[in-house]
Design a protein around this ligand. Structure first.
Ligand code: LLP
Length: 431
């Protein structure tokens, strides 16, 4: 009925996630509360790995931790044999804290600090994705100091418009990420890279955007990137062995979203890779893909308690909840779509059109506008679906609200994986 297989309705008419009753979860752990279906996340990991193996064979799936990072997810990803896309010292530290095999980690970021570069070198991160020339110089300096030769990929802007929200379009020239192809900047970066003693250029990387359904831009990216690898071979006489295609696979947030099965994507990409490689007589590269949203996004709900229902005649009805932009800034940032359900009345039809309002001191603090919901009243539990990616990871303490607790449900049983923040947490760094 709703957007994900993780979400069902039980005999009491309550919404469930991973077979756990969300109303009971809200009672036991309080709200706002984030609950992940861990078994489904594991299934998604397996699906990505098996599709890559089946249709291509030579590559690695890296989970993009920016979608949601914590110790438990790092452990899970590690158990499933995926690598990690990390983008900060904090994500690196989280992965290290659970003994993640760092040779399977790829370190992104458009402005890595000296401290982060040193930390990543010390823990022997597998690859750096180089964003700019300054980074190359700094990395070479530190790699020399620590007497290592660091494997890198260069981040390329392939100039592809992925037809997605402006804020998540990163493949075009006007992007802060990477080296542009069209201007010759990327080829110059390769030349420069090859001149450094303590850096080994292993391949190239691109990421064309996020929440993309259409295979077209992905296939085009493969062609553009492989052509560039051919150009590098022709110009410098070297055959790069690795191609990182980034993430961006769309998920279902609302009924109007219709993502293809991921295996279809892998099939299409593999065909394009083979065809293009044959055309330019290039050996098939080792391919990385970096799904974040597609692994965790749809397998999660955020639960809130309704505090008030305020109808402004002829205008709208505000349903105020005990969370908001602090735990989910995606509506205020991108006007992102979500399905909203009254968890304790989930089997009833959604007959009202309402606006879900957060409780921050900010008129724009909304979770969804003009959305369908059951008849709700104060005390009801409202569930916002598909909140697993870029929600908790983008959460803040605006207005000094503590961040929610996060649960992982497995076999129908819940476990706290991130504790609810306390007021003490809020002031712990204040002096
Ligand atoms: N690789 C790179 C280099 C990336 O920059 C990203 C996402 C990914 C992989 C993972 O992309 P995914 O498979 O999750 O789409 N905050 C925005 C999304 C920002 C995406 C940033 N980069 C949102 O809430 O929609």
């Amino acid at each position: 009925m709703y957007v994900s297989d993780s979400i069902q309705i039980n005999e009491k008419g309550h919404l469930t996630i991973g077979n756990a009753d969300t109303v009971e979860l809200a009672k036991a752990y309080g709200t706002p509360l984030i609950a992940y279906d861990k078994d489904k996340i594991r299934e998604n990991c397996k699906k990505f790995v098996s599709s890559l193996n089946e249709f291509y064979g030579n590559g690695r799936v890296l989970y993009a931790g920016k979608a949601f990072s914590c110790k438990e997810i790092c452990r899970l990803v590690m158990e499933e044999g995926l690598g990690l896309d990390i983008v900060s010292g904090g994500e690196l530290y989280t992965a290290l804290s659970v003994g993640f095999p760092m040779e399977k980690a790829v370190f992104h970021g458009n402005n890595k600090t000296d401290k982060e570069i040193t930390e990543a070198l010390h823990c022997k991160v597998g690859r750096f994705v180089i964003d700019n020339i300054e980074e190359l110089h700094t990395l070479n300096k530190f790699a020399k100091k620590y007497n290592v030769k660091q494997g890198v990929l260069l981040r390329i802007k392939p100039g592809i418009d992925a037809h997605t929200h402006d804020f998540v379009k990163t493949g075009q020239i006007d992007s802060k990420f990477g080296f542009a192809l069209e201007t010759g900047e990327a080829l110059e970066a390769v030349r420069e890279c090859l001149s450094f003693e303590n850096i080994e250029l292993c391949g190239i990387h691109c990421h064309i955007g996020s929440q993309i359904f259409d295979f077209g831009p992905f296939k085009l990216a493969v062609e553009v990137m492989l052509s560039f690898m051919g150009k590098i071979r022709d110009t410098f006489g070297i055959t790069l062995k690795e191609l990182n295609l980034g993430g961006g696979f769309g998920i279902k947030y609302s009924e109007s979203d219709s993502p293809e099965d991921f295996s279809e994507y892998m099939k299409a990409i593999s065909e394009t890779l083979r065809k293009k490689a044959a055309q330019i007589d290039y050996p098939l590269p080792f391919v990385y893909i970096e799904p974040g949203r597609a692994i965790v996004g749809a397998e999660c709900v955020t639960l809130y308690t309704v505090g008030s229902v305020k109808t402004i005649p002829d205008i709208r009805t505000y349903v105020s909840i005990d969370g908001g932009m602090g735990d989910n800034p995606r509506y205020i940032l991108y006007q992102s779509k979500y399905e909203v359900v009254c968890a304790n009345k989930a089997s009833l039809p959604r007959t009202r059109i309402v606006t879900i309002a957060g409780r921050c001191c900010e008129s724009g603090d909304l979770i969804q506008e003009h959305t369908r919901l059951q008849e709700v009243e104060a005390g009801d539990i409202v569930a916002v679906l598909s909140t697993g990616a870029y929600n908790y990871s983008m959460a803040s303490n605006y207005n000094r609200y503590p961040r929610p607790a996060v649960l992982a449900i497995s076999g129908g049983t819940a476990k706290v994986i991130i504790k609810r923040e306390t007021y003490e947490n809020i002031i712990e760094n204040d002096i």
